[in-house]
Design a protein around this ligand. Structure first.
Ligand code: ADP
Ligand code: G6P
Length: 460
């Protein structure tokens, strides 16, 4: 089996965080799509993970957590500002998400980005055994494949980008576009979420470097590089089995009872990020109420938002904006015992998350742009009784696979209102047909299928 060879994962973030308020130095699995996807692979097959523990200046020795070898990388306060918040999250993140916020091009952030990429590459070069498979992840570490190849030409290097790759016209804005592409081209296999990302990357590579060839096979400096779409997924069986636990089902009923058992719940679960379209979704819900297509007696919007990157201005702004919007809608439409928008700014543990999915009649996943979106797939996996409706943005990578969802353009408010209305009134037969097809799709294309396909490509 492909994964029988141990893996070395390199990602900006370690898969664990310091646990809540614990002063005893406890750790817990951290949220986010990348971690959710890779933890089960490493737990099952063994291997190690090189990454940053998430706080500046922390110096930690390697250790093992939940059968995963953890190799922490130290970042200074200045590097967190320039490499992580700055170049990764104020330049690359917005640029690669259709420039929803204007990307900032700050020369002073480039050198620290390069330095930190070297630090990760050196740690991997030291750790890797001869011939080992090394899998580098995401936009923080786009230079690592080239650096690692220079240090260790004997190992197989894979790179996977979890976020979208932008169209050529946008990518061309980046002053360091050639260096970034050369960095990624150090890999043997370069993976993206969708075929559109593959096409955009290969076009950019041909345009700005000496790479030549077709979209899925590039020749570059005497090497052949495979470029492919490997849509990331979830551990379907795990979500399904949590959804069948008695206490989780009870908790879902409890949530429904608390908000009013006859009211329908439209649920959203996101990192509090401007790419996720929380504001557009709330405005569409407000319109649903103002046009009297629904009332607070019929339904409510429940938004669970986990705080994210709060030291970056745009994230603090979106939080303020969302909180004002929630206040405005509730001020206008809520009545005693009937709150229109239930807003929870917190991280839910896995069972609590699944209980919310189970309680929801309609799941709203309407990002303005998203590499994949695992929340949509998690919701589907928990619908063990084939009930529930998924409303999904066309601009999430998941829309390429989940074609049986009600697909929407999140910038089209009228279209969103219509989709919410349709979701609330979809005939049962139609609901079951759609959800059961979606379930087979996600069951067959789970996270193990994703990792296997990538690793098999890497071993060729
Ligand atoms: P992104 O990778 O941009 O954060 P995804 O939807 O792909 O978006 O993945 C998000 C992951 O984080 C999912 O596994 C989801 O369950 C988890 N998550 C998001 N918000 C919360 C929350 N409020 N509480 C718990 N888990 C969350
Ligand atoms: C997305 C990115 C990941 C990132 C996660 C959480 O899923 O693709 O690389 O880890 O968001 O963001 P954070 O900045 O907290 O690591």
């Amino acid at each position: 089996m492909a994964q029988s060879r141990k893996l070395l994962i390199i990602a900006n973030r370690l898969p664990i965080n310091r646990a809540g308020h614990s002063s005893q130095g406890g750790w817990e699995i951290s949220p986010g799509g990348l971690v959710t996807a890779l933890s089960p692979i490493l737990k099952e097959h063994g291997g190690a993970w090189i990454g940053w523990p998430g706080t500046a200046g922390t110096h930690l020795r390697p250790f093992t957590f939940d059968r995963i070898g953890i190799i922490p990388i130290r970042l200074t306060q200045k590097e967190v500002r320039s490499y992580y918040e700055g170049f990764s999250n104020e330049t690359i993140w917005p640029l690669f998400h259709d420039a929803i916020r204007p990307p900032k091009f700050v020369s002073e952030w480039w050198q620290p980005y390069t330095d930190v990429n070297w630090r990760f590459a050196r740690a991997a070069a030291k750790q890797a055994r001869p011939g080992q498979l090394v899998w580098v992840h995401d936009y923080h570490l786009q230079l690592v494949p080239r650096m690692l190849r220079e240090l260790r030409p004997d190992i197989r290097i894979g790179f996977f980008l979890h976020i979208p790759f932008p169209p050529e016209e946008l990518f061309a804005w980046l002053p360091w576009r050639r260096e970034l592409l050369q960095g990624m081209l150090g890999a043997d296999v370069i993976g993206f979420q969708t075929t559109a990302d593959v096409r955009d990357f290969s076009r950019a590579a041909r345009m700005f470097t000496s790479a030549a060839g077709g979209d899925t096979l590039l020749r570059y400096r005497g090497r052949r590089i495979r470029v492919g779409a490997f849509p990331i997924s979830i551990d379907f069986d795990e979500f399904e089995s949590i959804a069948k636990r008695g206490r989780v089902i009870h908790r879902a009923l409890d949530i429904r009872r608390r908000v009013g058992s006859t009211r329908r719940i439209l649920l959203s679960v996101d990192r509090l990020d401007y790419t996720k379209g929380l504001d557009a979704r709330m405005i569409a819900f407000e319109q649903l109420l103002s046009r009297r297509l629904a009332t607070v007696d019929d339904c409510l919007l429940m938004q669970v938002a986990v705080p994210s990157r709060e030291s970056v201005d745009e994230y603090a702004e979106i939080r303020g904006h969302i909180e004002r919007t929630v206040g405005r809608i509730n001020g206008e439409y809520s009545v005693p015992g009937r709150i229109a928008v239930h807003y929870f700014r917190r991280n839910l543990n896995r069972e609590e998350l699944v209980a919310h999915y189970l309680a929801a009649d309609v799941m709203l996943v309407t990002p303005l742009r998203d590499g994949m979106n695992l929340v949509a797939k998690e919701y589907i996996a928990t619908r063990t009784t084939n009930s529930g409706v998924l409303v999904l943005s066309e601009f999430a990578g998941a829309a390429h696979e989940l074609t049986q969802a009600l697909l929407v353009n999140p910038r089209d408010t009228d279209g969103m209102v219509r989709a919410f209305d349709t979701a609330l009134h979809l005939p049962l037969v139609e609901t079951r047909k759609r959800i059961s097809r979606l379930r087979s799709q996600v069951r067959q294309h789970d996270v193990f299928h994703w990792a296997n396909s990538f690793i098999e490509a890497l071993m060729q």
